[in-house]
Design a protein around this ligand. Structure first.
Ligand code: URA
Length: 247
């Protein structure tokens, strides 16, 4: 840990407050570097070390880039399409090679994260992450309270019963649904299973990320605070418990 920059500088850049505030975090024993409690004076290589604050990974890499994209219908989520259709990466002006985190169906609209941070992508898409994803679904007909209850409690799909979801009726034929899983075409299949085919589907939130001002087809970099909140959302589901600070 001798070479590299001072840990408080790395943390301040990652959005944990001023260098002085970050010194206090370090002295309080709340920061670990590769699983060991850090002390004031530690220097780190932020690209090579895993730094955590209160057990949660701190996004300290300077080479990592993150974009929030508002995918329009008709654009495919894959990184390259053999049929030459527009992909979400065409919407992002990234200076480095990036990839989409998870996927939205071609006809689904809304928020998608694009990054080169493989660790965050893995944590977000891992089935145990449970990060909530919120959708607005325009459906055929008008779901009854019983339909909504079935969607909430779990419906039988060909790959198993769905986990509990938050579901509410916004207006006639329009529902808001929050799921914590990420199965293929899940919302469409859930709604179809209760007799209401989806005619339009928009993802409006990924964990802490939402942005009603982002126009369809637009993309913007995430703020430092948003990246931190994403890491907090995946939290300790990545084995951080084994490095819990005991001081
Ligand atoms: N559920 C779906 O049915 N489609 C998506 O694209 C995302 C979630």
């Amino acid at each position: 840990m001798e070479a590299g920059e001072r840990l408080q500088k790395t943390l301040a850049r990652a959005g944990y407050g001023s260098r002085r505030t970050c010194e206090l975090l370090i002295s309080a024993g709340r920061v670990t570097v590769d699983g060991r409690v850090a002390v004031l004076g530690n220097r780190v290589d932020p690209e090579a070390r895993e730094i955590r604050v209160d057990g949660v990974i701190a996004p300290t890499s300077q080479s990592a880039v993150y974009y929030l994209v508002n995918k329009p219908a008709g654009v495919v989520t894959t990184a390259s399409d053999p049929q030459g259709r527009a992909t979400v990466l065409d919407l992002v002006n990234a200076p480095v090679r990036v990839f989409p985190v998870g996927r939205l169906d071609m006809n689904t609209e809304g928020l998608l994260l694009v990054t080169n941070d493989g660790r965050l992508a893995h944590l977000l898409t891992h089935p145990s992450s449970g990060v909530p994803k919120e959708y607005l679904a325009r459906v055929e007909g008008d779901p009854t309270p019983g339909d909504l209850r079935r969607l909430r409690e779990g419906v039988e799909l060909d790959d198993g019963v769905t986990a509990p979801a938050q579901v509410s009726r916004v207006s006639e034929g329009l529902i808001r649904i929050v799921i914590h899983e990420g199965r293929n075409r899940q919302v469409r299949r859930m709604c179809a299973a209760v007799g209401h085919e989806v005619t339009r589907l928009v993802r409006t939130r990924i964990g802490p990320l939402s942005d009603p001002t982002l126009a369809p087809g637009a993309a913007r970099p995430l703020t430092t605070a948003e990246v931190r909140r994403l890491y907090e959302a995946v939290g300790r589901s990545d084995g951080a418990a084994s490095t819990t600070i005991s001081q």
